[in-house]
Ligand binder design. Structure first.
Ligand SMILES: Cc1cc2nc3c(=O)[nH]c(=O)nc-3n(C[C@H](O)[C@H](O)[C@H](O)COP(=O)(O)OP(=O)(O)OC[C@H]3O[C@@H](n4cnc5c(N)ncnc54)[C@H](O)[C@@H]3O)c2cc1C
Length: 403
């Protein structure tokens, strides 16, 4: 698609991630001329990156459970997800010729397990709908009410009738989403919650005995952090802990709750105590391996968490059992925001109408990760980006109709 000159669309969508592309599809389906502008040399870079881990599009679960995953933003997003939630996302992917499958935990993926075929089909649909786009156009902010862009042809200024901002969050800046848009919007009177990492790993100051376990998965544990808990796999790295189960708890860990690990979630405290009582003269490691079938990585975690108790008398079997079922791992801080799968913070609900239009700038709508909501991984991120993109597109179409 070439850059039309002069650009005279009904609506300009800035940011070509899933939210912006869905807004463009919705507007173009309502017969509006739409032009998409992207700061990077190509479209959907973070979406393609999400595809490297299989592209978890959504989760096949009842809408009430699904919506609850958005925490404080659940009631805000509810009408949007009720219209475009898990069943609609699945039907949409299939309408783009992408067969999908649902894993044992309900997570839904394209069978291709990557984003590129879906993105190709989507861009082809947008092309058919007459959507044009320009890449390497970076939005700089507002000047005298106009949108200012830095482009290879120099600075460009546009005054579209309607604009949709879909600029993403503030992680993985190299893929385009650097959160730099926040400064310009704050200056325009838009209320913003500070960005924070979401779905990220955490640093741990490991003792030297942990080195052989770097890169190893930790299986069969139940993790708790404040009100959140999960049972799933996570990974020990030289820098700390990461992986799906840690991301599930990252909001609570970020808020300062300790990480509590049940190394033996399938055995009761009484059974663990009984097995520990038979220890005899064997070493603790041998006993944990033989009587409780703990693998070397989980045994190393026991020693790691016992470091602070060094020099103190051995705990009784009952006290040891309690420890094995509630090991507290000391984490120091979250990994840097740029490494996070997503970010919390962004445009506050109070700065938007129910139709996602900026109160400070009528005719400008916002959607996707740049809004102030967060959720765990599991398909919730992409689904909310698509749902808010569609909602913003629908309301922008209504705005154009009412002009
Ligand atoms: C490694 C990884 C794996 C992930 N896996 C999953 C997954 O399996 N399932 C899931 O639900 N989510 C996943 N996510 C999260 C998901 O990719 C994002 O939540 C989603 O892409 C956000 O969509 P968006 O359209 O709001 O923003 P983005 O996809 O970030 O798109 C925003 C676009 O705006 C452009 N832009 C930004 N600033 C400017 C500017 N000033 N001028 C012009 N253009 C600009 C950016 O270049 C970018 O293309 C993953 C993320 C990562 C990093």
């Amino acid at each position: 698609m070439q850059i039309p000159t002069p650009i005279s669309p009904d609506a300009l969508v800035i940011g070509a991630g899933p939210a912006g592309l869905m807004a463009a599809e919705t507007l173009a389906s309502a017969s509006h001329r739409v032009h998409v502008i992207e700061g990077k040399p190509s479209i959907g870079r973070k979406f393609l990156m999400a595809g490297k881990s299989g592209l978890n599009l959504t989760k096949d679960e009842p809408l009430t459970d699904f919506i609850a995953q958005y925490g404080q933003a659940a009631s805000w997003l509810k009408p949007m997800l009720a219209e475009f939630g898990p069943p609609e996302v699945q039907a949409w992917a299939q309408s783009l010729g992408q067969p999908i499958f649902t894993g044992s935990t309900g997570r839904v993926f394209p069978k291709a397990m990557k984003a590129s075929p879906l993105l190709r089909a989507w861009l082809s649909r947008l092309d058919t709908l007459g959507v044009t786009h320009a890449t390497n156009w970076r939005w700089q902010g507002l000047r005298d009410g106009a949108l200012v862009f830095e482009t290879a042809q120099g600075q460009q200024t546009l005054r579209p009738a309607c604009t949709i901002l879909a600029l993403g969050g503030a992680s993985w800046a190299r893929l385009g989403s650097d959160g730099a848009w926040a400064t310009g919007l704050a200056a325009a009177g838009v209320g913003l919650a500070p960005f924070q990492p979401a779905n990220m790993g955490f640093a741990v100051d490991w003792g030297p005995q942990m080195a052989p376990h770097f890169g190893k998965p930790v299986k069969s544990t139940h993790l708790t952090a404040g009100p959140l808990h999960t049972r799933g796999e996570w990974v020990i790295s030289a820098r700390g802990i990461e992986g799906g189960a840690i991301y599930m708890l990252s909001r609570a860990l970020r808020d300062g709750y300790p990480l509590v690990i049940d190394l033996l979630p399938d055995l009761s405290h009484t059974i663990v105590t009984q097995r520990l009582e038979k220890q005899g003269k064997t070493s603790l490691s041998t006993h944990l391996r033989k009587a409780l079938h703990l693998d070397p990585t989980r045994i190393a975690l026991v020693h790691e968490c016992a470091r602070s108790a060094h020099g103190q008398p051995q705990p009784s079997p009952a006290a040891r059992a309690k420890q094995l079922k509630a090991l507290t791992l000391h984490i120091t801080h979250p990994h840097p925001m740029d490494e996070a799968i997503s970010t919390a913070g962004g445009i506050q609900q109070s700065s938007l109408t129910d139709g996602l239009e900026l109160r400070a700038r009528p005719g400008t709508f916002a959607c996707g990760e740049m809004l102030d909501w967060e959720s765990t991984t599991g398909g919730y991120l992409i689904t909310a980006c698509l749902a808010t993109g569609r909602w913003a597109g629908q309301n922008a179409a209504q705005f154009l109709k009412n002009r």
